[in-house]
Design a protein around this ligand. Structure first.
Ligand code: AMP
Ligand code: ZN
Length: 136
């Protein structure tokens, strides 16, 4: 028995609107539909989020993303897509089974707001930060 809602969807214990399935991944419509066609793709093997996965496991998940994204766009007529993986609570993760959101975009007024605030670049600070990340 698992408490994980996406493991239950994968096991067929609770219903979902499936859009793609193979031996390693399942994709289904997000119940909240931030935009029409909003889809989640998840690995069948439980992992908390991308931060908890190996490169190999995550690459098998992401290998399915471009084809799935194009299928969703073809079906919906969307003109772009936000592809997002919220990882940990501070980043907005509410379901702790790795999932990638595919949110079709139809225009600036389609209801989805993603706001990366821009700042004036401080190249000294950027170089220092890049160096810290390289060495981590
Ligand atoms: P996140 O906030 O990134 O963890 O995203 C979790 C997503 O799962 C939300 O967009 C929810 O709408 C979606 N969700 C939760 N329960 C279900 C469900 N039973 N079927 C489909 N989507 C779900
Ligand atoms: Zn799970």
């Amino acid at each position: 028995m698992t408490d994980c809602i996406f493991c239950k969807i994968i096991a067929g214990e609770i219903p979902s609107c499936k859009v793609y399935e193979d031996s390693e991944v399942l994709a289904f419509l997000d119940i909240s539909q931030v935009t029409a066609g909003h889809t989640l793709i998840v690995p069948k093997q439980h992992a908390r989020n991308l931060l908890d996965m190996t490169g190999e496991d995550s690459s098998r998940l992401f290998a399915r993303v471009p084809d799935l994204a194009r299928k969703i766009m073809k079906a919906t007529g969307a003109i772009g897509m936000n592809i997002i993986a919220n990882s940990e609570e501070v980043a907005g993760q509410t379901v702790f089974h790795t999932h990638v959101h595919l949110a079709p975009r139809y225009g600036n007024e389609d209801g989805l707001k993603i706001d990366f605030t821009t700042h004036e670049p401080d190249f000294t600070a950027l170089n220092e930060l890049a160096s810290q990340i390289r060495q981590a």
